[in-house]
Structure formats: C-alpha cells, structure tokens
Design a protein around this ligand. Sequence first.
Ligand code: ASP
Length: 357
Amino acid sequence: MKIMTKNVSWGMKPWLLAAALFACSSPATSPAQTVEAESPRYAIAIHGGAGGWENLSPEKRAEMLASLEKALGAGRDILAKGGSSLDAVEQAVRILEDAPNFNAGRGATFTATGQHQLDASIMNGADLSAGAVAGVMTVKNPISLARRVMTDTKHVLLARDGADSFAKEVGVELVSPDYFWTDDTRREFEKAKAEAEATKKATEDGKKTSAVQRPDHYGTVGCVALDTHGNLAAATSTGGLSMKKFGRVGDSPIIGAGTYADNKTCAISGTGVGELFIRNAVCYDVAARMRYAGATLAEAAAVQIDERLPKETAGLIAVNAAGDIVADFNTAAMPRGMADSSGRFEVAIEPDPTSTP
Ligand code: ASP
C-alpha cells in the first residue's frame, strides 16, 4: 500500500533543527541562533503526520500549510503572552483537529466498519500529569477531552463508551458521527475497502494483520511546547490507522508511546505506525536517553528515527527545556511547523533541502 516517490533519499536526515536560545545551551547541530539572555524563552513545534503526501494537489498543499500556520500561530501567541505550554499545545491541536486535511477530529480516517474512533492524549511536563482518551466517537475535539481527563479525574486513560459518557458529563462539544467525514476520507475509505476485498482471500483477513502497516500517510497531529515559565507540554490527536479493526488503539493515547513530557528532559509527540511506537516506548525512550544516558534531544530522537524504527514508519517532534526543537522523520515528508522566542516561524511539508545526510 505504501506509495513512495523514487528519488527520496531515505538515509537523509529530513529536518533537524536545534535552536539554541542561550549562549550557554548545548551546541546546536544545524542553524543555531542566540538571542538576548534576558528574553523569556518559549518554543513550539507542531506536526500533521508522517508519510508520503506525494499526491498532494497545489490547493490541498496550500490549505495544509495555512492550517499549520494557523495552529502554530495560535500556540505561539499563547506562549508569547506568557501563557502555559498546556494551553498552547491544546489550542494548536484543536485547530489541527478542526482542519479537514489531517487525520484527527474532522478529516479523521475511517475504521474498517466505516466509523471514526478518535484517540488523543496530553501531558504536563511540570508534574507528569496526563490525560488520554481512546476510541471516542462523538467528541469534536478529543484533545480537550483528554485534558479534562487529566484535570477532572484521577485517571489517565478513558476509552470508548465510557469516554464518550465522560464527555457528556463534562460538557465538551459533541457532534454527530458524520461531522468527521470529508469527501476525501470517504473516497479513501471506499478505495481501501475495495483493496481489502481484493486481497481477502490471500490473507487471514480479520484474524491476523501485518505488524507493520504502511498507509500513504499517517496524518496524526501533535504539538509540543516550552513556555516562559520553563514548563514543557505535549499533545497528540489522531483518527488512528485507516481501516483499523476491533477497537484497535494506537500509540497516540498511550503516554510514553505517542506522547510524553517531563520538564527534566523534553516534550515529544509521535506519528507513524502506532504498534511500533508502543513496542519501542518511543517517546519515553527519547526522554530516558536524555535523562539516563546524557544524550542530546537530537541524538535521542535520531536513535529511534534512524536506528530503531523501520524506514517509512515514523516521525516525531520534540522540544527540550532549553528551547531546542527537533522534527525528525524517516518517511518522505511530515507536515510540521516550529516557532520560538527568537522570532522563528516556519512551516513545511517536505524535507528541508539543506539538511545533512
Ligand atoms: N500513530 C497513529 C496510530 O497508530 C497513526 C498516525 O500517526 O497517523 O494510531
């Protein structure tokens, strides 16, 4: 199923940028910038899923970049005014959930039975509090429900009907299931159904699925941020893998797999094959390499993206307590954006042509 352009250099480090905001911070790997030491530091990054995106029309591309700019700008503005990283990541992810070009909220992919089951999580690096929801079907912005799980319950993860009931109880905005459909996702669903039908006899369909599924793109959204108070936060939201079955839940609502934040290390949000992220505890592993092995953020992320996770399966964004941002992926592209208190504000989809192999 994976369709990739032929001229992509898979060994290439796609987009990696460490913005050292203080002269005393660790050496940056590629363009580094120093700002006034007294400037309040903040930094934010977003992603819109790792994958191919090679069939993107100019119109869709423009829409996608506009959505990335809107989400990044909203998060950046919150941070610039001294707001919390939690508010920034929630707001940025809400905007990406509302944008139909990403696999989260409106525009989420279909399950094998033609439904939408949404997963999301949020984590506060200041105290390791976290909230997550899995398989919700009526919640317009799952990330906000995840935040209510974090703040209004003693639990971390609520699933399916229980999570939808909790949504009613706390009064987050509910929608009917057809809210999540778009013409594009409907078309993709019909195509995927036809393909599944065609290969049915060749596989033990329904009993055994490939460990590594590689759709064209994953499309999950995420945001990580450092606020001027020194607090890190991470948020991730997704419709999950296209044509998922049997209540499958991926990494996005699993703290340590698809989302992690700890002021001592970093905030991180992943995208790609959720099963791999869960098995490799990817987001926690990046934080742990920093904490226990003294790796830099970029080094820790690269171990996962370049060494542990198979090519074409993964991407992540991360920010550390110094405001260094990393966006790294082993797929052809990853819609993403980054901004910080030095005035940087960038969005992109394809690899940075100036990045080093
Ligand atoms: N990681 C998500 C999942 O496996 C998919 C994605 O990144 O789009 O559910």
